[in-house]
Design a protein around this ligand. Structure first.
Ligand code: FAD
Ligand code: NAI
Length: 469
């Protein structure tokens, strides 16, 4: 049969396209189905890539306005928002074209349309013009990603009341952006618009921002963001957002707990960033008998197989952190398993990065989770104020914190608040993947003068022998 594949992947985000490429590398006859006009999923089109383009450009804009003069560079930056958006669009275009090229290079058949599981080993693809084609395959991998969580009573028009997608594409700088949700999206996109001139207020339901991240890091990070001008209203909930013609939006907030009074304030824009939910609409999962849990995630076993033989799922649509690199690693693992190899993902070593300034990066356990698990640990900390390169660059905010097992010295968690933390966390991830100790890190020669010397010093501090503090 012409259309008999070894593998059909539904969804071309970082999970799906990486899975398809790895499968093709291993000799599996592979097809990928994508409903959007471009490949690359949320990450490339409306997620990681556009947000990082705007974070990069806005950081340089702010730096040019405030930081350059101190280095003897006199400039007066002027914002051309349309040109900045074009720069972002070109970045997306380059990346999605790259995926298209890779799919072609690896001889992966591409099918444009909405994929649906149409029984064992069958996927139907409905094209934009309504034409339906049915493909047959030994295995199906669902990699359909996630969608935004909406709040009841708050209508997202993607113009003034926006999700992350609209916030990446505003045609003017908001006078006052109210961000609902002090999570990763809220802080990254809030930072972008603050740097470009907006007043930003973050409303967070819990008593702290960034739930799940190391407390000490988050406390310092929030103080830094406040110094930069971001206002926080924690332990508060947004009760509603009212639009009155072209006038300002009225945002009603109330204490998260109890019956405290509702307070109303004005905003030009509202960003709803309260999380994401697995995207399984229209996939025919119920009819196929595929189990879904109470958070709408597809249930999989350790090999990414669902309860229905031959149907697998990876990425944002299953359990675990909603991160592109996690989806990619799962894509590789499931492809390798299907090709008879031993694919595996180590969920204990998945780094997470917030690409603000300074960046926040972490891998492994937090102090809170170690305490809760009753694990005895030692802490090594080193501030960037004591790192030569950070000092000369005048980027001294933040610190590195290493948590090591008190008995074995094995590194259990690393948390970095500081410039370029996202790049620095990579060495911690490699160390932890190999089961390394703080002593291993402390005895590894680090080039001078570099920011990663702070990571080495934090490892030395685990043994109470940091040199520069
Ligand atoms: P997706 O990337 O969501 O891809 C799913 C694809 O499936 C889509 O192309 C969709 O059109 C397609 N699809 C869905 N249903 C069907 C169907 N029935 N038929 C055919 N195709 C279908 N993560 C990071 O690691 N780093 C970051 O910096 C980062 N920044 C982010 C910024 C923002 C604003 C957002 C929203 C997310 C960000 N993320 C980031 C998260 C990251 O984008 C996701 O974790 C990642 O895209 C998940 O990959 P995936 O392959 O599971 O799904
Ligand atoms: P999130 O889960 O990171 O944060 C949501 C925040 O909203 C939480 O702090 C939560 O307590 C709060 N919240 C929930 N309901 C609320 C309410 N009604 N009122 C006020 N606050 C409320 O979700 P976010 O920021 O939407 O991001 C979604 C996903 O995208 C994340 O899981 C993240 O992994 C991924 N992402 C990753 C990035 C990165 O790796 N740099 C960047 C952006 C997104």
């Amino acid at each position: 049969m012409a259309d008999a594949y070894d593998l059909i992947v539904i969804g071309s985000g970082p999970g799906g396209y990486v899975c398809a490429i790895r499968a093709a590398q291993l000799g599996l006859k592979t097809a990928i189905v994508e409903k959007n006009p471009t490949f690359g999923g949320t990450c490339l089109n409306v997620g990681c890539i556009p947000s990082k383009a705007l974070l990069h450009a806005s950081e340089l804009y702010e730096e040019a306005g405030h930081g350059f003069a101190g280095m003897g560079i006199k400039v007066k930056p002027e914002l051309d928002l349309a040109a900045m958006m074009k720069y972002k669009a070109e970045g997306i275009d380059g990346n999605v074209k790259g995926v298209e090229y890779l799919l072609k290079k690896n001889k992966i058949d591409t099918h444009r349309g909405t994929g649906r599981v149409a029984g064992a080993g069958k996927v139907s693809v409905t094209a934009a013009d309504g034409a339906v084609e049915t493909l047959v395959s030994k295995a199906i991998v669902i990699a359909t990603g996630s969608d935004i969580v909406r709040l009841p009573g708050i209508e997202i028009d993607e113009k003034r009341v926006v999700s992350s997608t609209g916030a990446l594409d505003l045609d003017r700088v908001p006078e006052h952006l109210v961000v609902i949700g002090g999570g990763v999206i809220g802080l990254e996109l809030g930072s972008v618009w603050r740097r470009l001139g907006a007043k930003v207020t973050v409303v967070e339901f819990l008593d702290r921002i960034l739930p799940g991240m190391d407390n000490e890091v988050v406390k310092s990070f929030q103080r830094i963001l406040e110094k930069q001008g971001v206002a926080f209203r924690v332990s508060q909930k947004v009760m509603g957002v009212k639009a009155n013609g072209k006038g300002p939006l009225k945002v009603a907030v109330a204490p998260a707990a109890g019956d405290g009074a509702t307070e109303e304030f004005e905003a030009s824009h509202v960003l709803v960033a309260v999380g994401r939910v697995p995207y399984t609409e229209g996939l025919g999962l119920e009819e196929a008998g595929v189990a879904i849990d109470n958070k709408r995630r597809i249930v999989v076993d350790d090999h990414f197989q669902t309860n229905v033989p031959g149907i697998y799922a990876i990425g944002d649509v299953i359990r675990g952190p909603m991160l592109a690199h996690k989806a990619e690693d799962e894509g590789v693992a499931v492809a390798e398993n299907l090709a008879g190899k031993a694919g595996h993902v180590n969920y204990g070593v998945i780094p997470g990065v917030i690409y603000t300034y300074p960046e926040v990066a972490s891998v492994g356990k937090t102090e809170e989770s170690l305490k809760a698990a009753g694990v005895e640990y030692t802490v090594g900390k080193f501030p960037f104020t004591a790192n030569g390169r950070a000092k000369v660059n005048r980027q001294t905010e933040g610190f590195v914190k290493i948590l090591a097992d008190a008995k074995t010295d094995r590194v259990l968690g690393v948390h970095i608040l500081g410039p370029d933390a996202g790049n620095m966390i990579a060495e911690a991830a490699v160390l932890m993947e190999f089961g390394g100790s703080a002593e291993d890190l402390a005895r590894t020669c680090h080039a001078h003068p570099t920011l990663p010397e702070a990571v080495k010093e934090a490892a030395l501090a685990v043994g109470k022998r940091a040199i520069h503090v």
